[in-house]
Each structure stands twice: as structure tokens, then as C-alpha cells.
Design a protein around this ligand. Structure first.
Ligand code: FES
Length: 126
């Protein structure tokens, strides 16, 4: 059922790191992008793998998330795909290999969630 779910305070998400929260059994990544707190499903649209657990480690800076599996890069605020399968486990691969790494999957955005800040509290809207 859709609704607002409190996930923490503004201070918890303003440190420039990517956080993982569980909401009703769903893993969500949360981080600051500019002045806004943003959230997305913790599942890469390439193969559905975690954005925070993988061989490349968690990578998040300037509001951009890099998938730890095949290095696809996303804007956390909009979910937009900025780069699709350029490597493996944090290592950049030759440009010609991207299609093989993509395994036939076309670029796709993250599933994002609306975030509401009410005073010091942060909510995601499911
Ligand atoms: S699973 Fe994320 S880029 Fe492949």
C-alpha cells in the first residue's frame, strides 16, 4: 500500500555516502545529491543485482551511483543512466566489450522514489 515511511533524519543522509535502508522488505539506497536527499531501489536495472554489495564496492559521489558489478553509472536523483556496462568489478574494459558485458540488455534507469523531508525527518514515498 503506498504511503510515506520514515527512514531517518536529514543529518544521517547528508554525509556524502550511500546508505541502505530496508522498507517493508525492500532494499533502498539513499544519498544526498546537492541539497536534496534522493532514494532508489537497491537493484541495478542491468541484471537486478545490488548497487551496494558487489566486487567493485559501493561507489557514490556527486550524486552519482556506480554499480559494483559492471560499472554502469546512474544519477541518483533522476535515476538516469549515464554510462552502461563499461567494465567489470570496478575495472574499466575496452569499449568494444561493452555489448558483451551488457548481455543483450539495453540501458535503463534506476527505479527512484520520492523523498519528503519534514523538519528533520526523511520519508520515502512508496
Ligand atoms: S548488474 Fe549493474 S551494471 Fe551489471
Amino acid at each position: 500500500m503506498p504511503g510515506r515511511v520514515r527512514i531517518g533524519t536529514v543529518a544521517e543522509f547528508s554525509d556524502g555516502e550511500l546508505h541502505t535502508v530496508e522498507v517493508d522488505g525492500t532494499s533502498i539506497v539513499v544519498g544526498a545529491s546537492g541539497d536534496a536527499v534522493c532514494a532508489a531501489l537497491n537493484r541495478c536495472p542491468h541484471l537486478g543485482l545490488s548497487l551496494t554489495k558487489g566486487p567493485g564496492g559501493t561507489r557514490f559521489s556527486d550524486g552519482e551511483v556506480v554499480c559494483p558489478w559492471h560499472n554502469s553509472r546512474f544519477d541518483l536523483a533522476s535515476g538516469e543512466n549515464l554510462d552502461w556496462t563499461p567494465g567489470v568489478a570496478g575495472r574499466q574494459m575496452p569499449r568494444w566489450s561493452r555489448r558483451m558485458i551488457a548481455l543483450g540488455k539495453q540501458p535503463a534507469p534506476l527505479t527512484t522514489y520520492e523523498v519528503v523531508v519534514d523538519g528533520n525527518d526523511v520519508f520515502v514515498v512508496l
